[in-house]
Design a protein around this ligand. Structure first.
Ligand code: PMP
Length: 407
């Protein structure tokens, strides 16, 4: 299937915005949803909406089978060994907070080190900042190269025997950088640290195999890969998860409750307190089927073509700076002369083109780039070269508003 055919599977994309056909270039924030996912959610609510893991009635059994079936899809998608290693969460943010609050609380002490990078999303900074503050630990940053990549020599220098946790994003939501996770994981392990990965921007776009990555934890979100909002997953190595304490206590996660003491269910349910995100997980499973059927060879190849074409088309624009390395996932973050990114995004919006403007939840990275904000176009399976032509033409239109920043 080519991108134009794929686009037809996303009903939302067939509309006019501000009198122009919608060109959706904000998939790094959230992707659109294919009809298969929308129908799966609709089917759940119409036919078998029920709570899971309770009672024996028929609808509850269907819901439980579908919910646990989705967990199996996540397991297979990541190439994990067991469904016990897959915890459903609200998304990447809650998955990383679970690791920081549970594993981190028990394994990080005063003077220990937590190592991250300045390119991280706030979701992979603040949980560690908070943990470091609680414990009197040191939060260290692997420095970045000028092009926004990581040099393993710096990784070797930053991670030491005091390091307990290394947490790095697989793919940057701003620069598109694809980080060498398996090499970083080896260095972490050599020093006795564990490796956590923020996979929010990799799982939707490139093949993820947690065994090849060699990581201990991997967090990602369904809504960036065609799934609903409010659902994601944490993969954790079983030996680690088994020893970890839950952080959400209440219904669903218990085995026995007494007046003064309680025990927990086995993995992974001890981490899923309260009524789970049932429809979300089932829709997430449908999204995993959707992207897996398209195939990651095709997805990666398609996004590479879009990135190459973006460089080609945008290269003509004077004063346009694109941040990040040439080798990247489908994200193009740019600055147009002195024009504020919000103004650029507003002009593009008037043309029906949706791009993101702001700090992209990466304020330390903005500081490193020496900008307050940027504009970002981010691609997914439904984007076409025509979308990038529209972006380039929209940027030329911006000239009418903001002066002669083009050749
Ligand atoms: N990490 C990265 C790299 C992201 O791009 C995002 C989403 N913008 C997140 C973490 C947080 O994901 P969520 O909001 O789905 O928890």
């Amino acid at each position: 299937m080519n991108a134009k055919e794929i686009k037809k599977l996303f009903p939302i994309l067939d509309q006019q915005v501000n009198g122009n056909p919608l060109v959706y270039l904000d998939s790094a924030a959230t992707s659109q949803k294919p009809i298969q996912v929308i129908e799966k959610l609709d089917d759940y609510y119409r036919r078998y909406n029920s709570n899971v893991h309770r009672g024996v009635h028929t609808l509850g059994t269907i819901a439980t089978d579908e919910y646990e079936g989705a967990r199996e899809k996540v397991r297979a998608f990541l190439n994990a060994d067991e469904v016990a290693e897959i915890v459903f969460t609200r998304g990447t943010t809650t998955a990383l907070n679970l690791v920081a609050q549970s594993y981190g609380n028990d394994h990080v002490s005063e003077g220990d080190e937590i190592v991250i990078t300045p390119m991280e999303h706030h979701s992979n900074i603040i949980p560690w900042q908070q943990l470091a503050k609680r414990k009197g630990a040191v939060l260290k940053y692997i420095p970045l190269q000028a092009d926004g990549t990581i040099d393993l020599v710096d990784v070797e220098k930053t991670i030491t025997e005091r390091t307990k946790i290394v947490s790095v994003m697989h793919v940057s939501n701003v620069l598109g950088t694809i980080n060498p996770i398996s090499d970083i994981a080896k260095i972490a392990h050599k020093n006795g640290a564990i490796m956590a990965v923020d996979g929010a921007q990799s799982a939707p776009h490139i093949e993820v195999d947690i065994k090849e990555l060699g990581c201990d934890f991997f967090a990602f979100s369904g809504h960036k890969m065609g799934g609903p909002t409010g659902i994601g997953a944490l993969y954790g190595r079983k030996e680690l998860l088994e020893k970890m304490e839950p952080i959400d206590f209440g219904g669903e996660m218990i085995d026995f409750v007494g007046l003064h003491d309680s025990t927990w269910k086995e993995l992974p349910w001890k981490f899923e307190g309260g009524t789970p995100i049932i429809a979300g997980a089932i829709g997430f499973g449908a999204a995993i089927d959707f992207v897996s059927d398209l195939g990651f060879n095709e997805i990666e190849q398609h996004e590479k073509e879009l990135v190459d074409y973006s460089f080609e088309r945008l290269a003509d624009l004077k004063d346009l700076t694109i941040f990040g390395p040439k080798e990247r996932a489908g994200v193009v973050t740019f600055q147009l002369g002195d024009v504020h990114p919000h103004d650029v995004a507003t002009v593009l919006d008037a043309e029906g083109i949706a791009v993101r403007a702001g700090h992209h939840c990466a304020q330390p990275l903005m500081k490193w780039l020496n900008v307050v904000a940027t504009a970002r176009a981010s691609y997914y399976v439904y984007n076409t070269k025509e979308d990038i032509d529209a972006l380039a033409n929209g940027l030329v239109k911006a000239k009418e508003y903001f002066g002669d920043v083009f050749s």
